[in-house]
Design a protein around this ligand. Structure first.
Ligand SMILES: *Cc1c(COP(=O)(O)O)cnc(C)c1O
Length: 478
């Protein structure tokens, strides 16, 4: 038996690298990322799929592969086709970022592999994450009693908030069909997914009309709530948006929060895209009333330019989150004994989780807040600049003045179908690939949308898009 164990140990210890092997991996990975980043400005923002990925299709086997081969595979079969999320030319959907110090934060967190779920496991990691949650709570204007959790993204953060709302509002299975939820058609689709996942898919969904800037119409909301009360139904949840994905609109949060208070509804605000614009003088006033929301979602992997993998859910009273996530498990008795404060696992759908605070804490501390504020303010002005340029150019139709950093627009051709023309225009942008934008349907029309949020997006990329569009319109029209 001992012989067998020793034999297995010999093979198993290949998993432990020695100093030289570690240095080699790190050097080669560093050389790879340096080569990637030094070429980033010349790289395309979009490359169509060739469908060729022979190495990725190869099955796993018992044999080891050389790290250089793996990096080659990454270079040729992963880091080439599709949207280049690291490019400043990425102005489609809601761009993420990918701050380098965050990558280093992930590296450090992964090597020590600190468990940030319970204080007993790593009091330091838990404290660090609490600081980040506290900072975001202060940013939105929440009281000391507030709390929250760092999640993998906005969708999971929204789900956590909806589950919390359900528990605290006491919506039981038998109540679902009489319970009313209020949202606009511009709410992010993950809210619908969250409702379904939370067993609330059969709630009555009232789609609240919007004003001409795609913001929730408060008087229409009030009317709907009152009508539902008269009918003997149970209005319980309003889901508003602080920065919709499609048009970047911020709902009138202050008025909505007053209505929620008056009628005793839970107000949830999805600020996944827009939340960090609270850092900017230009847009702060629009968020007035956000502090009265019962729950809020923010996405540091959007507005703080972190690599994908960071969302946050915040609640006005941390006990709500704890109550909705409370559990008992005998095997957790050592970890939970004598805990004075909540640990992340008490406030989360997750138990084992990465120490995801470090990827956010390092860049915020390393840079300080000033460049984040400046970068976000720059994005606001880039969107305003783009909007103003198209607005003053004949035959272009622009959507509303951007609340934040999303602009919708389309070209109006002299003859022919406008939807088709704009589809051809966006195809041309994609074919060129230097920058990438996306499209959507607004009021039944095909429109293009520019979303400026990447920290590498500057005047250069926006001006390039403008000149490209003007040139293509001339080509397509002739
Ligand atoms: C991106 C986004 C989400 C979803 O967040 P993920 O991080 O992609 O899961 C939700 N709501 C809004 C407004 C968003 O922009």
């Amino acid at each position: 038996m001992l012989e067998k164990i020793r034999q297995l140990e010999k093979i198993a210890t290949r998993l432990e690298l020695d100093h030289a092997e570690r240095a080699d991996l790190l050097n080669r990975a560093g050389a790879y990322t340096e080569s990637f980043l030094s070429g980033i400005n010349g790289m395309k923002a979009f490359v169509p799929d060739t469908g060729r990925s022979p190495r990725l299709e190869r099955a796993f086997d018992e044999q080891a592969t050389n790290f250089g081969t793996l990096l080659d595979t990454l270079a040729t079969e992963v880091d080439r086709e599709g949207i280049n999320a690291a490019s400043g030319g990425h102005m489609a959907y809601i761009p993420g970022g990918g701050l380098y110090p965050s990558a280093v934060g992930d590296f450090l967190a992964d090597v020590s592999n600190r468990y940030a779920g319970v204080s007993f496991g790593s009091p330091g990691a838990v404290k660090l994450e609490k600081q980040l949650v506290r900072w975001m709570c202060d940013l939105v204007g929440y009281p000391q009693l507030a709390g929250g959790d760092l999640t993998s993204g906005g969708s999971i953060a929204n789900l956590t908030a909806i589950v919390t709302a359900r528990e605290i509002m006491g919506i039981r299975a038998r109540d679902v069909e009489q319970s009313c939820v209020y949202l606009t058609e511009q709410v992010h689709h993950c809210v619908g997914k969250s409702l379904r996942a939370a067993g609330l898919g059969d709630c009555i969904r009232r789609v609240v009309p919007m004003d001409n800037r795609y913001r929730m119409d408060v008087s229409a909301l009030e009317e709907l709530i009152k009508k539902d009360v008269t009918r003997g139904l149970k209005p319980w949840l309003i889901t508003a948006s602080a920065g919709t994905t499609d048009t970047g609109a911020v709902d009138p949060l202050n008025q909505i929060s007053e209505l929620a208070q008056e009628h005793g509804l839970w107000l949830h605000v999805d600020a996944a895209y827009g939340g960090f614009f609270l850092l900017c003088e230009e847009t702060r006033a629009m968020f007035q009333g956000l502090e009265k929301a019962h729950s809020i979602v923010m996405d540091p992997h959007k507005g703080l330019f972190l690599p994908y993998g960071s969302g946050a859910v915040l609640v006005q009273d941390v006990h709500w989150l704890a109550q909705s996530q409370s559990y008992e498990a005998d095997y957790m008795q050592d970890a939970n004994a004598g805990q004075a404060e909540y640990s992340p696992a008490d406030l989360s759908l997750e138990l084992s989780r990465p120490f995801r605070g470090l990827r956010m804490w390092i860049p915020l501390k390393l840079h300080g807040l000033a460049p984040f504020r400046a970068a976000l303010t720059e994005k606001i002005w880039l969107a305003r600049f783009f909007h103003r340029e198209l607005e003053s150019t004949p035959d272009w139709e622009t959507g509303p003045d951007p609340d934040l950093s999303v602009v919708t627009f389309r070209y109006l051709p002299k003859n022919g179908n406008a939807d088709d023309f704009n589809q051809r225009l966006i195809n041309a942008v994609r074919e060129d690939g230097k920058v990438v934008i996306s499209s959507t349907q607004l009021d039944g029309k095909f429109v293009m949308r520019l979303a400026v949020l990447h920290y590498r997006t500057h005047l250069k990329q926006v001006e390039y898009l403008l000149s490209f569009l003007y040139r293509k319109v001339r080509e397509l029209s002739s």
